[in-house]
Design a protein around this ligand. Structure first.
Ligand code: MG
Length: 312
């Protein structure tokens, strides 16, 4: 899903109201799916659950029919369901989930012309007992990277502050930022707007963040090597070495203080995912989001040209 470089839109109050609704629908669809994840459920059944929630709320799926460029078949489903070594863009179907799998569930919805987008990686089975210690840690670290990115997403900072924060957490834990140019994106009237939000970069680089910009942040981490490849279905992205990977995403709005998380999830969703998100709780996650330091904001760095990139 390619993002072309262009101006970053600042949303009006009225636009933000619509985005809050679209993103709340996304959060509800994610919650319904997460609570349905168990051994034996198929990714196609989870897709149906999300489609029902979105339709019931008066929205439309963002991903279905999405076509980033000619030569790629239109995306055929409501969600992306990516299991184990699948990083993003897994197409839901007959595959039944098994205990010890981890599944990234990514969903987008349109409401009154505005998009919402979020993703979580969920352990199948007991979130504490069934996962290997390394898998448990990968999920924790990737969640932590998302909230570190959100904490850095403040008016006056630059895009690179977000990228560097995400990269710092993932690499600091000994994991790899997933390669292939995947990352977050601006969001609004289109699912993928400028800017592309890389999961690695330097603080102080890139465009200035301003109140009212809406971004989808989506850290992706691999337990093994960084390299990824796309399967023959032209959509599913997997780790090249077959190692486990994880992916979490929130849509946020840049504010004067801490960013507003537009796709905030119910506490029981974090409990079901287990680990870091459940441990720190809502207050801790908010504190993380509010914890951005101002010491390196407004660095006066040159505004690096935007690079076209691929979004999750
Ligand atoms: Mg996205």
């Amino acid at each position: 899903m390619d993002v072309e470089p262009q101006a970053i839109s600042v949303k009006s109050r009225a636009e933000l109201e619509k985005m809050r609704v679209a993103n709340h629908i996304v959060a509800q669809a994610l919650e319904a799916m997460v609570m349905a994840v168990r051994p034996g459920v198929t990714t196609g059944e989870l897709d149906r659950i999300a489609a029902d929630v979105i339709q019931g709320a008066g929205g439309q799926p963002s991903f279905k029919g999405y076509r980033p460029f000619k030569g790629v078949p239109p995306y055929p489903a409501t969600i992306c369901a990516s299991v184990n070594e699948e990083l993003v863009h897994g197409i839901p179907g007959k595959r039944a989930l098994e205990a010890r799998d981890v599944v990234s569930l990514d969903v987008g919805a349109i409401w009154e012309g505005y998009h919402g987008d979020a993703a979580v990686t969920v352990p199948v089975g007991d979130p504490q007992g069934d996962l290997s210690p390394q898998a448990r840690r990968l999920l924790d670290v990737t969640q932590e990277a998302l909230y570190a990115g959100i904490a850095a997403a403040r008016s006056g900072n630059r895009l690179g502050h977000i990228s560097a924060a995400v990269q710092g957490v993932i690499e600091g834990a000994g994991f790899a930022v997933a390669g292939g140019g995947y990352g977050g994106h601006g969001i609004g009237r289109r699912l993928h707007e400028s800017p592309h939000v890389p999961n690695e970069g330097l603080p102080g680089r890139g465009p200035l963040l301003r109140t009212g910009m809406t971004l989808a942040l989506e850290p992706m981490a691999n337990a093994g090597q960084a390299e990824t490849r796309v399967l023959r279905d032209r959509w599913t992205v997997v780790t090249a070495d077959g190692s486990l990977c994880a992916h979490y995403e929130h849509s946020i709005c840049i504010a004067d203080g801490p960013a507003e998380i537009l796709t905030e999830l119910a506490p029981r969703v974090y409990e079901r995912i287990g680990g870091w998100g459940a441990r720190v709780g809502e207050t801790g996650r908010r504190a993380q989001g509010a914890g951005a330091s101002d010491r390196d904001s407004r660095p006066g760095a040159d505004q690096a040209p935007l690079l076209a990139g691929r979004s999750g």
